[in-house]
Ligand binder design. Structure first.
Ligand code: ADP
Length: 464
């Protein structure tokens, strides 16, 4: 028989497994540092530390009109970004559907379609640029081996794309050839990862930034690194002092030497598309937080301490409990006995738990589970930020006029999840002290794949 446990014992056991105390945070941060150094010196590391070949960040005074192309989300997006040199811009954009046939057919068909979409965009919207040739920044959100700001070879496809003749090819060349075949006067000048784009976009808007972090479907970060520390880059030129590095920190500690992975994380990981990969991301990002919480809730149900042991079809379904529901539950301030609290509404109306199975204690328990899972995510996120502050030598105040380090963040989790930033800051204080934490100036970095790519094209022209 199942040994009976009380609700309190069961919840406490969960809380213990998910708690990251200060010594643990510190050991994670130390491990982060090790893996930063390893990734900067070695190709093919678990945390890849990919050089972007972008050798500076905007100051907000940049001017000009640039195109941006974004492939990798649900749609293909074409934008024209006009930078006005004052941290602000105007943007025109259009989305184009990419059919399954194009996603899986010959790669030239896909790139011809992209060139045609750019042509259609220019026909429909015209352009405000007076240049002979328009410069374009290309956000291509798939794994590429980048070897110059305008050169990168596709490693493999993800997200339902699978043109068989594309891996190994330079995607900038593919796009340029397609544009040239159609005599479209556009030059693809830069290939920009979306996290790098977020850093450029925030640096432009905030008049300087050193770090970017994405907490959306997945998690990733980029920062401006001293070129001498990027040891694997053999081509470092004397005139270059810094380069933006795309960390791919979702792959932090895939060897699991430091992360306190619970059985709930293991279950989420085992049933995911790529098991034993990106465990850090699976403990933090929007795609997985709801799923971790769902596994915890089911465990409590199976111990018969929640909802009288009853579940629902949706709660039993993988990815059936969205991270957005956790946000709604964590924002709920109503009394647990209320018959109309947002938590009860999510459980009954959205999740299909029977009203008569939900007690006021159950409401409290569900809130506690969301708090526990959400708090761990925010504190793990702080490890990445703190490690990057240490890595860039930015923990100490520079004096009375210190204006800190600007960090651009993007993604639904940082934007909408209640208390995420405040919890992250709590852990930052434990890791880099109050002085260090105060130096972290967080701003929302909007539209890295549009404005960021345009700024990448501008930066490419400067670097010539
Ligand atoms: P992307 O990272 O794909 O550009 P988003 O930043 O919007 O897009 O992240 C989408 C992820 O955020 C999804 O996994 C979704 O479950 C989660 N999400 C959506 N809304 C919220 C919310 N209000 N609170 C927390 N997470 C959310």
């Amino acid at each position: 028989a199942v040994p009976p446990v009380s609700r309190q014992q069961a919840v406490q056991a969960i809380e213990e497994q998910f708690t990251l105390d200060k010594p643990l945070l510190e050991s994670l941060s130390a491990r982060f540092q090790e893996l930063y150094d390893y990734g900067l010196a070695n190709h093919g590391a678990e945390m890849q530390m990919i050089p972007s070949f972008v050798t500076g960040v905007p100051t907000g005074t940049e001017k000009g009109t640039y195109l941006a192309l974004d492939l990798g989300g649900t749609n293909l997006r074409v934008c024209e970004v006009a930078l006005d040199g004052n941290g602000t811009f105007t943007i025109k954009q259009e989305k184009y559907k990419v059919s399954d046939q194009l996603k899986t057919g010959p790669v030239n068909d896909l790139f011809n379609y992209m060139a045609t979409s750019i042509d259609n965009f220019l026909t429909d919207f015209g352009t405000t640029s007076t240049e002979d040739v328009l410069h374009l920044g290309f956000t291509f959100s798939f794994p590429v081996e980048q070897s110059a700001i305008d050169r990168g070879h596709l490693i493999h496809w993800t997200k339902g794309f699978n043109c068989p003749d594309a891996p190994g090819k330079d995607v900038v060349q593919l796009l340029q050839d397609a544009l040239d075949r159609k005599h479209i006067k556009v030059k693809c000048s830069a290939l920009v990862n979306d996290t790098v784009g977020a850093l450029l976009a925030h640096a432009y808007a905030a008049k300087g930034a050193l770090i970017s972090a994405i907490f959306g479907t997945g998690t990733n970060g980029a920062y401006l690194e001293d070129i001498r520390k990027i040891k694997k880059l053999k081509t470092a030129e004397g005139s270059i002092s810094h380069m933006v590095v795309n960390t791919e920190w979702g792959g932090f500690d895939d060897e699991r030497k430091a992360l306190p992975v619970t059985i709930f994380d293991n279950k989420v990981d085992r049933e995911s598309i790529r098991p034993r990969n990106h465990i850090f991301e699976k403990m933090i990002s929007g795609m997985y937080l709801g799923e971790v919480a769902r596994c915890v809730l089911l465990h409590l149900i199976d111990q018969l301490v929640l909802f009288q042991g009853f579940s629902s079809k949706l709660l039993n379904t993988q990815y059936g409990f969205d991270t957005a529901y956790m946000s709604a539950i964590e924002a709920d301030k109503e009394d647990a006995t209320s018959t109309s609290s947002p938590t009860r509404t999510v459980l009954v109306a959205t999740m299909g738990i029977k009203e008569e199975h939900i007690s006021a204690e159950d409401i409290e328990t569900v809130r506690t589970v969301c708090r526990i899972v959400g708090t761990r995510a925010a504190r793990l996120s702080a490890v990445a930020i703190a490690a990057t502050m240490v890595q860039t030598g930015n923990v100490q105040s520079t004096g009375p006029n210190d204006d800190g380090v600007k960090v651009g963040m993007d993604g639904s989790v940082i934007e909408y999840y209640p208390h995420f930033e405040e919890r992250m800051r709590g852990a930052l204080r434990e890791l880099i002290g109050e002085e260090g934490e105060k130096r972290v100036k967080i701003g929302l970095a909007k539209d890295g794949s549009g404005v960021g790519a345009a700024l990448g094209a501008l930066q490419a022209a400067k670097q010539l």
